[in-house]
Ligand binder design. Structure first.
Ligand code: FES
Length: 87
């Protein structure tokens, strides 16, 4: 059985200063709403080495930058959700 993919939300100091921590409950809600708790793991990261480009997360080997409350849902739907569907 394949392990669920992991989404890493950066909680490092640069992202923290940009209030990236506010994305955590939003991601938890998206995972709950789409019933992905068994198919997607959410973890914090201390720094994704992308500090100059705004709040960041990493998923499936890709870094997503400049995240905020307004664009997170769209990026989640477009980039993450399709990769979490049952095969
Ligand atoms: S602190 Fe978030 S990318 Fe460095």
């Amino acid at each position: 059985m394949n392990e669920a993919p992991t989404l890493y939300l950066c909680l490092g100091s640069a992202c923290h200063q940009r209030r990236g921590y506010r994305l955590l409950p939003l991601l938890e809600e998206l995972i709950r709403r789409h019933d992905l708790s068994a198919r997607l793991r959410l973890k914090g990261a201390f720094c994704l080495e992308n500090c100059q480009r705004g709040c960041s997360l990493k998923f499936d080997g890709r870094i997503f930058s400049d995240l905020n409350e307004e664009n997170l849902g769209e990026i989640f739907a477009r980039e993450i959700l399709p990769r979490c569907q049952p095969t």
